[in-house]
Design a protein around this ligand. Structure first.
Ligand SMILES: [Fe+2]
Ligand SMILES: [Fe+2]
Length: 291
């Protein structure tokens, strides 16, 4: 029996991006959570290249599906992801200029593997891969909002907070597009599961090098306290993310079975009321902050 769909498609607006990062961003913005800072930047490095890959895959698939409503949402998906990629590229450039030029080597590695995938993998596989990454970003967005992981961003520059919160909101908004596109073009259960496992592996692989490099640049390689925090952070991530991904392995799974975090509707309302993205601070919309 199919599970009930909880939160169906919401509007997918393509928003303007006014963030400026200045000429410098701090790599570790909060000394009490250096491991989170390094991992957040490593993720930014990866998504800037993943999103153009998603766009190319979804556009190719959209030409083959007859569902006009899905094709329309695919256009909005591509608009949102293009803005994410542009903004993260902008941020990553500022980070590299802030004392981490060697990150470029890792960017090239990430990009090379995606170019290879576009050359070697079938559309069905690339769609499964894209849908897998989208399941992972949805799980990460849910975790950010529902578990109040936003304290991690408490001392971060406002533009960095705005970028990640906006990005997470839009990941929730377009959560079902890649999955439905995969279902429309191929729909095989085994391939869908392989796509998620491959996305998990690539994300872990892509983040390892940049994290180690940034730690080395900061002269903290071998710091036992940091190593302890990294191990504990990895355990916490697994404990929070894996249970959110398990439903993906149910044959009747659909992303709309996930309830949208309430903060998403609050953020959308605040933004729709005319505030700029920088003015919609998560503290204004998070339930835990209201009480
Ligand atoms: Fe995105
Ligand atoms: Fe996405």
């Amino acid at each position: 029996m199919r599970a009930r769909l909880v939160d169906g498609p919401v509007e997918i607006p393509v928003r303007e991006m006014p963030f400026e990062f200045g000429g410098h961003v701090p790599c570790v913005w909060d000394e009490s959570i250096p491991e989170r800072c390094y991992k957040t930047h490593a993720l930014s490095l990866e998504v800037a290249f993943l999103e153009p890959y998603f766009i190319a895959t979804i556009k190719e698939a959209a030409e083959r599906v007859a569902d006009e409503e899905l094709a329309e949402r695919a256009i909005a998906f591509c608009g949102q992801e293009a803005n994410h990629s542009r903004q993260h590229t902008h941020f990553n450039r500022t980070l590299k200029q802030s004392g981490y030029p060697g990150l470029e080597k890792y960017e090239k590695q990430i990009q090379r593997s995606l170019v290879r995938s576009r050359q070697e993998h079938s559309l069905a596989y690339r769609l499964a891969y894209t849908a897998g990454f989208e399941a992972l970003t949805l799980a990460s967005a849910e975790r950010l909002f529902e578990k109040d992981l936003l304290h991690v961003l408490d001392k971060a520059p406002p533009s960095l907070v705005a970028m990640w919160v906006w990005h997470a909101v839009e990941e929730v908004e377009h959560k079902s597009v890649a999955f439905e596109m995969f279902q429309a073009v191929h729909g095989g259960y085994a391939l869908r599961c392989r796509g998620l496992l491959a996305a998990l592996k690539k994300t872990a692989d892509d983040m390892r090098g940049p994290v180690a490099y940034m730690i080395e640049q900061d002269g903290r390689t071998g710091d036992p306290e940091l190593e302890r925090r990294m191990r504990r952070g990895a355990w916490e991530d697994a404990r929070e993310i894996i249970p959110r991904l398990l439903p993906y392995f149910r044959p009747g799974y659909h992303p709309n079975q996930h309830t949208n975090p309430s903060v998403v509707a609050r953020w959308r309302d605040a933004h729709a009321s005319g505030k700029t993205l920088l003015e919609v601070h998560p503290r204004d919309v998070l339930p835990s902050v209201e009480s």
